[in-house]
Design a protein around this ligand. Structure first.
Ligand code: BGC
Length: 352
């Protein structure tokens, strides 16, 4: 087991960026750059022990500096959408960038996916670890308060990529951090993910309007194509006439996880039968955004020249619900001075 680093290039404003290679005792390998805290590759075995890189991404820093759909990145200060880029907190209205139709998405024009994090490699008994730190100034992208964020990635010896987040603030602020890796368990360059099977441990989801802002209602998955309480092929019901799927252009919704006690629990599982790879997602968070790459259109040329087409990867972003600052009925995302934000999400790999 080891963690090594090498230079990954320079940002347009001249900051040096590194890439870290974490190898666990079973030979799984994760590569992570401190630009955006991006997981650039993740190699895990299939049922014959053959390794494949199961996350979409680029070979070099330029790919990540340029516009791309958040491949592998840390997302903040607020993951997903804020309606019309506005919210009111403690009587004051805040305005955020509108960067997705009429709404704010993934922290704005320069979110945590585009900043350089301070990095510290650590060898732990559980496996190699990378501690990332970022201080988001008061007013950055319109958000109130200086937010000091830490994210620790560990590639554990039981074949899990564990992500532990923490943050403190000096003014009340909304916060909803997440990780935006796109997975294809057959390998990042293996075409669409429609034949993967998914299970989501959720009886309910939050329906949206046509701009993907939650209506505030909580709907049962029962009797709808959103029902993944037992394993189902991702593609089996995706092109139905169900209005919610039409709005998302496919699955692009927040599932309300059954686990509500804030302890780490199984949120979702994904299985790819030709390779035998199984990925389980565990989280302390109340929701998971299951997004199936509906906006991938072949315009991103990634690692080894791979062209990422429509639905060639899926994301399982563990987080609080979208638009929470405007939704009094949803679990709060407000962090107060003196409190510590914490969330843990783990992607656990095995074969079946
Ligand atoms: C959102 C999608 C968006 C994607 C990449 C996901 O978290 O739910 O609507 O297109 O991120 O930008």
């Amino acid at each position: 087991m080891s963690i090594t680093s090498k230079p990954f290039g320079q940002t347009p404003d001249g900051k040096q960026v590194d890439i870290f290679t974490l190898t666990n005792k079973n030979g799984l390998v994760a590569q992570i750059t401190n630009f955006g805290g991006i997981v650039t590759s993740l190699s895990v075995p299939d049922r014959d022990g053959k390794m494949a890189d199961v996350v979409l991404g680029f070979d070099d820093l330029d790919g990540y500096v340029n516009e791309h759909p958040y491949f592998g990145a840390l997302i903040g200060r607020i993951g997903n959408r804020v309606a019309k880029g506005k919210f009111t907190l403690e009587g004051k209205e805040y305005t955020l960038a509108i960067n997705n139709g009429p709404n704010h998405l993934h922290g704005g024009l320069k979110g945590y996916d585009k900043v350089v994090w301070k990095a510290q490699p650590i060898e732990t008994a559980d496996g190699p670890s990378l501690r990332l730190m970022y201080v988001s100034p008061d007013g950055e992208e319109g958000y109130p308060g200086t937010l000091t964020c830490g994210v620790t990635y560990t590639l554990t010896n039981d074949n899990t990529l564990k992500i532990e987040y923490d943050a403190v603030t000096d003014k009340a602020t909304p916060i909803n951090l997440t990780q935006h890796s796109y997975f294809n368990l057959a390998g990042h360059n293996s075409g669409d993910i429609l034949s993967h099977e998914a299970m989501i441990n959720a009886d309910n989801f939050t329906p949206t309007d046509e701009t993907l802002i939650p209506t505030g209602e909580i709907w049962a998955v029962e009797g709808t194509p959103m029902d993944f309480r037992t394993f189902a092929e991702i593609g089996a019901r995706i092109d139905s006439s169900y209005e919610q799927i039409k709005f998302g252009g496919g699955y692009d919704h927040n599932w309300v996880l059954n686990n509500k006690d804030g302890k780490l629990a199984l949120a979702a599982s994904f299985y790819e039968k030709t390779s035998g790879r199984l990925m389980e997602v565990l989280t302390t968070e109340p929701g998971v955004q299951f997004y199936v790459g509906n906006f991938l259109d072949g315009s991103n040329v990634g690692k080894g020249g791979a062209v990422y087409n429509y639905r060639n990867g899926f994301c399982a972003e563990a987080q609080h619900f979208p638009d929470s600052p405007n939704q009094p009925g949803f679990p709060t995302t407000i962090l107060q001075p003196g409190q510590t934000y914490k969330q843990t999400t783990a992607y656990r790999f095995s074969i079946k």
